[in-house]
Ligand binder design. Structure first.
Ligand code: NAD
Length: 354
């Protein structure tokens, strides 16, 4: 293998942003981009000084490419991953890993068999604060976790669903899930990262404000394997948009996360203030409560060698064997979760995840 890890990127919408990172990443080289959209391909070729290849199969035939990054419509990710792995390339895809679990399983098995790196690009996994939160929860900073609520209230216009290449792919069941699979999957992955696997899910989905086959709103109740209860809500109908909140309730405190910022992180002073009975009658709701104590996220660790993005992550994984932030098995979990909610909605039954 050459000294530098040599990348090929397919799909130049979101993929263009990731391709831009490669020339500025130590140990990485952008060899080629691939897109059926000539205008995007030629522009990237000119601006990034790499080659534009129209046909994905031709990109895979290149023996000067070590890693393929996939940024095509979501329902194609699994097949594109499998083809890349079959061609002997390390591979990663943008979120979601795919919109079907079966094809994720095939890719995972193939990567294991061939000893290749398989990763899913979830930007929130490269944020140090999200690792600090995980460490805080593991250390019991807010006690035993009782509940987790995720609420994503975003807005997407009809033109968002009508656009893209091929036009309208975001609106079709064949190529996209819906607000849960496409947008909220970032936060499903974050919940799984913080709280561990989900045992069961019960949910409902619906299409309320867009002309699309997929859902634009969904609501679900989950039980994590740990016993923690959760709710998940996602919509792209919320104008003007209220962002995403995750609220964690522990037995001794709470943490509230909103759009990447922690707005509340408090627990009871330990040990809880032991106030004796006061003379006379006190309304029960006014009985003494424990004193609150502010917690500070910077006091919890984040990994020192945390890559800044998927490109750094792939370079580290291939050159030094460091595990990627989200491998295939982990990427599959959020796919199983949103597929579980869709199935639950279609059958009106809770779904137990394997
Ligand atoms: N991480 C994030 O925050 C983030 C943000 C936006 C999109 N995405 C993901 O990126 C993916 C693409 O979304 P987008 O918004 O960039 O869509 P897009 O429609 O703008 O871009 C998709 C690109 O893929 C190309 N393409 C389609 N089929 C192809 C094929 N067979 N061979 C080669 N090129 C092909 C299209 O020509 C187009 O340029 C989706 O899976 C989406 O979920 C991730």
């Amino acid at each position: 293998m050459a000294n530098e890890i040599r990348f090929g990127i397919v799909g130049l919408g979101m993929g263009r942003g990731r391709a831009n990172l490669i020339p500025e990443t130590s140990g990485a080289k952008l060899v080629a981009v691939c897109d059926i959209w000539e205008e995007r391909g030629k522009l990237a070729e000119k601006e990034l000084g790499c080659e534009w290849i129209k046909d994905y199969d031709q990109l895979l035939k290149r023996d000067d490419i070590d890693v393929v990054g996939i940024f095509t419509p979501s329902g194609t990710h699994g097949q594109f991953l499998i083809k890349a792995l079959q061609a002997g390339k390390h591979a990663f895809t943008t979120k979601p890993m795919d919109i079907r679990v079966k094809v994720c399983d095939e890719a995972i098995e193939l990567a294991e068999k061939k000893g290749l790196v398989l990763a899913v690009d979830f930007g929130l996994r490269y944020e140090p604060d999200n690792h600090r939160i995980k460490a805080a929860l593991q250390q019991g900073a807010i006690g035993k976790l009782i509940a987790a609520e995720m609420s994503m209230k975003w807005f997407r216009a009809q033109s968002y669903y009508d656009g893209g290449k091929p036009a309208g792919w975001r609106s079709r069941l064949e190529t996209e899930g819906g607000s849960l699979a496409n947008q909220a999957v970032h936060f499903l992955d974050l919940l799984l990262f913080w709280l561990g696997p989900v045992k069961t899910i019960y949910g409902k989905k619906g299409t309320f404000a867009h002309r699309i086959e997929t859902e634009d709103t969904s609501a679900g109740v989950v039980e994590f394997q740990s016993g923690t209860l959760g709710t998940i809500f996602s919509t792209t109908c919320s104008f003007p948009g209220q962002g995403t909140s995750i609220t964690l309730t522990g037995s001794t405190g709470s943490l509230v996360w909103h759009d990447g910022k922690v707005s509340l992180f408090e627990r009871m002073k330990q040990p809880a203030a032991a106030e004796g009975e006061k003379p006379g009658y006190v309304l029960p709701e006014n009985a003494p409560a424990p004193e609150p104590e502010q917690l500070n996220l910077v006091e919890f660790p984040s990994p020192k060698d945390l890559p800044k993005n998927i490109i750094e992550d792939m370079v580290a994984a291939i050159t030094s064997g460091q595990p990627v932030q989200c491998d295939g098995k982990t990427g599959r979990e959020s796919v199983a979760l949103f597929c579980g909610l869709y199935l639950s909605s279609d059958t009106s039954q809770p779904v137990t995840l394997p």
